[in-house]
Design a protein around this ligand. Structure first.
Ligand code: FES
Length: 112
């Protein structure tokens, strides 16, 4: 049986939505599972829209930033709320057992 891994989505008021799924899905797909409106992900994960932008909690950023490539960085630079030290496209973070418990902050500006 596959062990599930979890992603903690932190809302601006501090409450968390915890989503558990099998490893291998992206953080964006975890957000879709919970119908989080902060992550519309309009391109479906093909790294074209930037609407899956999240801020990775500083405790986790070192673990996930290594996978970021220059195209992702380019898209993020045009996004509202871009922060070079914690912004990631959630469709580009593939969940695995090492990332179990990953915490990302949702951005309210995505709801406007
Ligand atoms: Fe469009 Fe991630 S879903 S860039």
């Amino acid at each position: 049986m596959t062990k599930h891994v979890s992603v903690n989505f932190v809302h601006s008021d501090g409450h968390k939505t915890v989503v558990k799924m099998a490893p291998g899905f992206s953080v964006m797909e975890f957000a879709r599972e919970a119908d989080l409106p902060h992550i519309p992900a309009t391109c479906g994960g093909s790294m074209a829209c930037g609407t899956c932008h999240v801020h990775v909690n500083s405790v986790w950023y070192d673990k996930v930033k290594l996978e970021k490539d220059s195209l992702e960085e380019e898209i993020l630079e045009y996004e509202k709320g871009y922060k070079p030290n914690c912004s990631r496209l959630s469709c580009q973070i593939q969940m695995n057992e090492e990332l179990d418990g990953l915490t990302v902050n949702l951005r309210d500006d995505e709801l406007l």
